[in-house]
Write a protein that binds this ligand. Structure first.
Ligand code: F6R
Length: 266
């Protein structure tokens, strides 16, 4: 795991955008795994900026989102599909047919989930997966106790997740109780993973996920088993890490060796 600690959220978002830009330069047909929530907003802004200002090209890209609420139509303002349209898709040139967001109104969730898994495989697999982390350590909607080998499926959200996400709805009662989510096993098959976490409210869970034991009680801890994970944190989110000095030291050594690789973080 490579842990990058930046002074500001914007720097961390730009660092992640740089990784994606480099991937698209070397592989224009890259498959991107995308997350919703507050955390990746800065990254999406940065990608839109690079598309507008530098012509960063998404025309051959395929995308797969991590999750979607059950029961919300794609046009519902709180659906993840809507979120992605508003914050990324409508601002870049990714073809509509190459966009995949789980469908929260599927007649058979079981069949839909099997299709989604197959579709990821048919596309050649995810090259870079973007992740945020929930207050209970979830990645996608893999709540505590999710099998670390789990695949795309229906998941019941925890009370904490419903409380955390209530800020986007007019009341807690309106937050859906179920979601379709990629599994931890699905996520771990991505070739490269970028986990973003910002703010003091994520400090405890980031320390558990990165430096604690690998456990299904904190599904983000499964990322420790993946060979290519970059964790981009701002300073408040990194505040509880015991080895923060070492991560900074590693980064500093790399910066000396390959300045262009790491010039965006500090
Ligand atoms: C969203 C997702 C979730 C969020 C997590 C953090 O697609 O999969 O795991 O990444 O709940 O949410 P924010 O970024 O709002 O703190």
């Amino acid at each position: 795991m490579e842990v990058i600690i930046t002074k500001t959220t914007d720097e961390a978002s730009a660092f992640a955008a740089e990784i994606i830009e480099r991937k698209l330069m070397s592989k224009p047909t890259a498959v991107l795994g995308l997350a919703t929530g507050s955390t990746p907003l800065g990254l999406y802004k940065e990608l839109v900026k690079r598309h507008r200002e530098k012509g960063l090209d998404f025309s051959k890209v395929t995308t797969f989102n991590l999750d979607e609420y059950i029961g919300l139509s794609p046009s519902h303002p709180q659906s993840y599909r809507y979120f992605m349209e508003e914050n990324l898709f409508k601002h870049i040139n990714v073809p509509a047919g190459a966009i995949h967001v789980p469908y929260g109104h599927a007649d058979s969730v079981l069949d839909f989930c099997a299709w989604y898994e197959d579709e990821i495989k048919r596309s050649g697999g995810i090259d870079i997966q973007i992740l945020g982390i929930g207050g209970d350590g979830h990645i996608a909607f893999n709540e505590p106790g999710s099998s670390l080998g789990s695949r795309t499926r229906l998941k019941t959200l925890t009370e904490q997740t419903i409380r955390d996400n209530a800020r986007f709805f007019s009341s807690m009662d309106e937050v859906p109780r179920f979601a379709i989510t990629m599994g931890v096993g699905t996520i771990l098959e991505a070739r490269q993973i970028i986990l973003l976490a910002f703010g003091a409210s994520k400090a405890d869970i980031i320390a558990e996920a990165i430096e604690g034991p690998v456990t299904s009680q904190v599904t983000a801890s499964a990322l420790q088993l993946h060979p290519d994970v970059t964790v981009c944190l701002d300073q408040p989110a990194a505040a509880k890490l015991k080895r923060a000095d070492y991560y900074r030291w590693v980064f500093e050594q790399k910066r000396r060796l390959v300045p262009s690789l790491v010039s965006r973080a500090s």
